[in-house]
Design a protein around this ligand. Sequence first.
Ligand code: 0O2
Length: 265
Amino acid sequence: MNVINWKEMLYPYEQTVAELKTKLEYIMNEYRLRGMYSPMESISGRVKKPSSILNKAKKKSIPVEKIEDEIEDIAGIRIICQFVEDIPKVISLIRRRDGRDLTIVEERDYITNTKDSGYRSYHIIIKYAINTVDGYREVLGEIQIRTLAMNFWAVTEHSLKYKYQGNIPEEIKHRLLSCADAAFNLDNEMSTIRNEIMYAQRLNKQKDNIVADIIDHIQNMYFVAKLSEMEDINKRFVGLWNSGDIDKLKDFRQDLCEMAKRYGV
Ligand code: 0O2
């Protein structure tokens, strides 16, 4: 039997997870930077543990030398969305990369085709190209896309599976199915107030950006403007901040911008 050097074997997967996570985070942050709603709420990644790889290989009768070809989720990325409607947008973002920095091998839609367990999620199996000491190679990876509600259910069910070593008692399985229904209904309910939520989030983001600009201007003028002027500015800022009036905060930012220009900062 071949002896696996786990650290060496898993290193390219570490690289894959780190690169993919960074690339997707840049997209998520670019949406936010542009004041747009991001269909990705958060992104996480992990490399499957050796014990978990061996368990899966045993369960699926995969010989050790075939592990890297047949276990597709050694490198795993999970993208969490707020709303079900965000999921197709994230899928498009990934499909756009097909043939560029990654290749799509397979898509599994467990949202339309819910698993018997109640599991819902969209999986995209990919091949990702990396450069290693030995040169260019491709590794398999799995991107899971799901809502916050789907994730809550899956993470909870996963830990129960672990606790009961895969044999969850029937009564708990039954209750988990009710929870899966509840998560499904929660997603549907959230969709009905999606526009309201998105509007509120955009407004908050806009306010954060304006306040960050105001603070930058105040900081830049701190040592060049007159003390009385700075005291006045600080007082106005606190008043406007407390009022929460976004239009007045915008006007104030404009005033500060002109003032900063006059001071040459
Ligand atoms: P981990 O610990 O998350 O890595 P199979 O093992 O046959 O069910 P397969 O053929 O590898 O799955 O592919 P599939 O169906 O795309 O599932 C891969 C991963 O999806 C699983 O990896 C889980 O992360 C998740 N998943 C699939 N079905 C379920 C489910 O019923 N409940 C939960 N909580 N997660 C699920 P691993 O290796 O099982 O686990």
